[in-house]
Design a protein around this ligand. Structure first.
Ligand SMILES: [Zn+2]
Length: 154
């Protein structure tokens, strides 16, 4: 088994890690397991097998990476847009606004950087800008003071 491992793994991994890998792979049962990419039934024998071929394996990894990558990009761009909307409101002195009006400006309520329950209020943050939200209105829109520990002044 040990000699079946790819060369770098054989030379770099310690005996203990190898034992762990071998142990983990034998814990899985592939009775009737199918290729994660094409769905073909996998042959018995290799219990750690997830794909019928290296081309299916490559395809699956490429697609899962690109899917997550697209999701990250989309989330970042929504957060960026949300932040610039909130910043513009703060700059024009707006501290509260009706939810439909904010949605009309393109604000996406699905993406925030944090959520807290503060004294029975729902407090949301988009980076350093926070606001509370009731069923119909966003209020107490304000910038958070920087945390004391991040100051680099002597
Ligand atoms: Zn396959």
């Amino acid at each position: 088994m040990r000699n079946n491992l790819p060369y770098p793994l054989r030379t770099l991994a310690s005996q203990r890690i190898l034992v762990h890998i071998v142990h983990m792979s034998y814990e899985e049962d592939n009775g009737g397991k199918r290729c994660l990419e094409c769905g073909d039934v996998l042959p018995y024998g290799r219990k750690d097998m997830k794909f019928c071929s290296s081309s299916c394996k490559n395809k699956w990894h490429y697609q899962s990476r690109s899917w997550v990558g697209a999701l990250k990009l989309r989330t970042r761009s929504i957060l960026d847009k949300n932040y610039s909307i909130l910043e513009a409101l703060l700059e024009s002195g707006v501290a509260s606004i009706d939810i439909p009006d904010l949605a009309q400006m393109g604000y996406n309520f699905d993406c925030v950087t944090s959520y807290h329950k503060v004294r029975n209020r729902d407090e949301y943050r988009c980076y350093d800008i926070k606001y509370c939200m009731s069923a119909s209105r966003v209020f107490k829109l304000e910038r958070c003071p920087p945390p004391p520990s991040t100051s680099s002044d002597p």
